[in-house]
Design a protein around this ligand. Sequence first.
Ligand SMILES: [Zn+2]
Length: 259
Amino acid sequence: MPFYLAVFAFGAIIGSFLNVCIYRIPTGKSIVTPPSSCPSCGSPVKPYDNIPVISWLLLGGKCRSCKSGISARYPLVEALNGALWCAVFLRFEPDFTSAAIYAVLLSALVVITFIDLDHQIIPDSISIPGIPIGIVLGSFFLSDPFMPSEQLGWTSSAAGAALGFGLYYIIAVASRGGMGGGDIKLMGMLGGFLGWKGVLLTTFVGSLAGSVVGLGLVLFSGAGRKTKVPFGPFLALGGAVSIFYGQELLNWYLSHGWR
Ligand SMILES: [Zn+2]
């Protein structure tokens, strides 16, 4: 148990860094320097005020210097990343190599989700290097999330990257801009990590979740048909579902599915 507490704490500390990435990557600022400061008054965040989740609670969600509000999203991202890291280590135990790689992938998906929500872009600085990194790690180091006792292997990984990129390229062309270039690169990246089955499940889950949320927005918030809903967060959700439930969903499908 102390092990998983440590995994949560480390995941939450990384979550604090993810907040910096979410805030700075779209502006082109360095994610390393300068150290974090209050967006309102500019005073630097003291190390003892930078403890994930806890500092925000102790400060009552306010800057120590100027007392202006600090978004609850900061501690939420930290807690979310800690929880995701815990969950992925529990899922792949004792294969900690796969667990660690998928933990980093999930963190990248958290950053992509919030940047896409804020700016309707998926940063190339994550997705483009993510494609070759996904293929290399998927080919040689990762176990198959659909069969965790086996290696994913280079055929499934390379086929996944090609399918993810190709399928979403076709959708982007066919939908005339309904799907963006960022989604194409993101799916190329996810395909390398998750294999071709992961691309299919991610697409299924992403479309389903996207339709439900889109319909909800139209019905309950008065959003029009033309309201742009970024698709990246739904693809990220689909990728996470593939990592955590791919095996169970595949088994369920094979025993209940249409044949
Ligand atoms: Zn301040």
